[in-house]
Write a protein that binds this ligand. Structure first.
Ligand code: SAH
Length: 388
C-alpha cells in the first residue's frame, strides 16, 4: 500500500478522529496512489495513523477509513445502527441508511425508500467501490434494488463525472419503479427516485415536518420552497384550514398535487420565485398564521456565506412581516457554513428590521438517521427554528 506522510504538527485532527486531511497537511506521498486508492497514513514522526482513501485532485487529499476501509463491514454497521427505523419505531419506511463520513463511508449517501435504495457517491473512493457498496447494501437490508443518483456537482471537485449514464441508473437488483410510495407518520408520499431532488426526497426534514404540523391546526399556512408538498400535506393532515405551496419548480408542484390526492387533502399551488412572491404578498397586505421557509442550500461553501446570509435575512424579514399577530414562523437552513449561532443572528436582525417581537419556541435539526459524528462537526448541517 502507498504511504502518505503528514507535516509536522498536522496530525492532531486525524488523531482526534476527524476524517479529512487537506492537501496542505500532507508532507509527501510515497508511491503513486490513484484516485480512490487506499493509502497508509503516517505522522511526521512515522506513527501509523490509519488507512485513508486518496484523492489526487481534491483539496481533501485523504479521507480516513475506519475498519481499514472494509466497505462490507462499514455498510453492515451503518445499517445495524438504523435497526429501530426498520422496526418501525420512527413511524416511517423511508430513512437514511448511510450518512457519508458520519457513518465512516466518505462520500457515500444511501437512502431507504420502502424497500428500494437510492445512492449517491461523491468521492473518488466511493466511486471506485460503488459496486461493492451497492451489493453490501442489498445483502444487509434485503432491498429490491439499488439505484444510482450520483448526478451531483460536488463530484467535479474529485475529478469525477457529474452527469451521464455512468452516474445514474440501476446498480444492482431490480430496476427502481417510476414512483415509490413511502409513509411518514400518517402521511403517504410519492417519491421519484429517478428524477427527484437529491436521492428523491428530503428525508432530513422528517422531524421538522411533524413538529411544524402541530402548529398548523385550524391555521392558514404558507409553505415556501414546498418541493413535493411534504410540509403542506403534513399540515393538512394535522387539521390546517388552508395551505398554499410555493415553489419555482413546476414538476415539484405537480408532484405536490399528486401527494395531496394520495392523502385525500386539497391545497393551493403557486409556481413562483419565493423572493418575488413574498414581496407581492406583502404589497397586497396578505397575512398568514403559519409560514414555512425551507430554502435550498444558499451557501455551497464558506466563500458564499455573506451572499447566503443576505438571502436568509431577506426571506425571513418578509415572512415576519406577513405573519398575522401571534403567528408562527418555521424557518430552516441546510447550509453547513451557516452555524446555528449565525442563523440566530440573521433571524434577530430580520426581526429587528421587520419590527416584530419574536421568540424561538422550538428548534429542529436533521433526524436521527442523519447522525452527527462528534469528531466530525461538519456532519451537522441542518438547523431550524420555530418562532412565535
Ligand atoms: N420543504 C421541502 C424541501 C424543500 S427543497 C420538503 O420538505 O420536502 C427546496 C425547494 O426550493 C426545491 O423544491 C426547489 O425547487 C425550490 N426553490 C429553489 N429556489 C427557489 C426560489 N428562488 N423560489 C421558489 N422555489 C425555489
Amino acid at each position: 500500500m502507498d504511504k502518505v506522510f503528514l507535516r509536522q504538527g498536522r496530525d492532531k485532527p486525524t488523531r482526534g478522529g476527524h476524517p479529512w486531511i487537506f492537501s496542505g497537511a500532507v508532507e509527501r506521498v510515497q508511491g503513486h496512489p490513484g484516485a480512490g486508492d487506499a493509502v497508509e497514513v503516517f505522522s511526521a514522526k512515522g506513527d501509523v495513523l490509519g488507512i485513508g482513501a486518496f484523492s489526487p485532485v481534491s483539496q481533501i487529499r485523504v479521507r480516513m477509513l475506519p475498519c481499514n476501509g472494509d466497505a462490507d463491514t462499514l455498510v453492515r454497521r451503518a445499517v445495524e445502527r438504523r435497526k429501530r427505523f426498520f422496526e418501525g419505531a420512527e413511524g416511517t419506511d423511508a430513512f437514511r441508511l448511510v450518512h457519508a463520513e458520519a457513518d465512516g463511508l466518505p462520500g457515500v449517501v444511501a437512502d431507504w425508500y420502502a424497500g428500494w435504495i437510492s445512492v449517491q457517491f461523491s468521492t473518488a473512493w466511493a466511486e471506485k467501490n460503488k459496486v461493492a457498496i451497492a451489493e453490501a447494501l442489498m445483502s444487509a437490508t434485503g432491498a429490491k434494488g439499488v439505484y444510482n443518483r450520483s448526478d451531483v456537482a460536488a463530484r467535479k471537485r474529485e475529478g469525477l463525472d457529474a452527469e451521464g449514464a455512468a452516474v445514474e441508473g440501476s446498480l444492482c437488483g431490480e430496476d427502481a419503479p417510476e414512483k415509490v410510495v413511502i409513509r411518514e407518520g400518517e402521511m403517504h408520499l410519492y417519491v421519484d427516485i429517478r428524477h427527484g431532488h437529491k436521492t428523491g426526497y428530503y428525508l432530513d426534514q422528517r422531524d421538522a415536518r411533524r413538529r411544524v404540523a402541530a402548529y398548523c391546526v385550524g391555521r392558514r399556512v404558507l409553505n415556501c420552497f414546498s418541493y413535493t408538498g411534504g410540509f403542506g400535506v403534513a399540515a393538512m393532515l394535522a387539521g390546517a384550514a388552508h395551505v398554499t405551496n410555493v415553489d419555482s419548480s413546476a414538476p415539484a408542484l405537480a408532484e405536490a398535487k399528486a401527494n395531496a390526492c394520495l392523502n385525500g387533502v386539497e391545497m393551493e399551488y403557486r409556481e413562483a420565485d419565493v423572493f418575488a412572491h413574498l414581496r407581492r404578498l406583502r404589497d397586497a397586505n396578505e397575512r398568514f398564521d403559519v409560514i414555512i421557509l425551507d430554502p435550498p442550500k444558499f451557501a455551497e461553501s464558506k466563500g458564499q456565506l455573506m451572499r447566503a446570509l443576505r438571502g436568509y435575512k431577506d426571506i425571513n424579514l418578509l415572512a415576519m412581516k406577513l405573519l398575522a399577530p401571534g403567528g408562527t414562523l418555521a424557518t430552516f437552513s441546510c447550509s453547513g457554513a451557516v452555524t446555528s449561532d449565525i442563523f440566530d443572528t440573521v433571524l434577530r436582525e430580520a426581526a429587528q428590521d421587520a419590527r416584530r417581537d419574536m421568540r424561538i419556541v422550538e428548534r429542529t435539526r436533521q433526524g436521527a438517521d442523519h447522525p452527527v459524528a462528534l469528531a466530525f462537526p461538519e456532519s451537522e448541517y441542518l438547523k431550524g427554528a420555530i418562532l412565535q
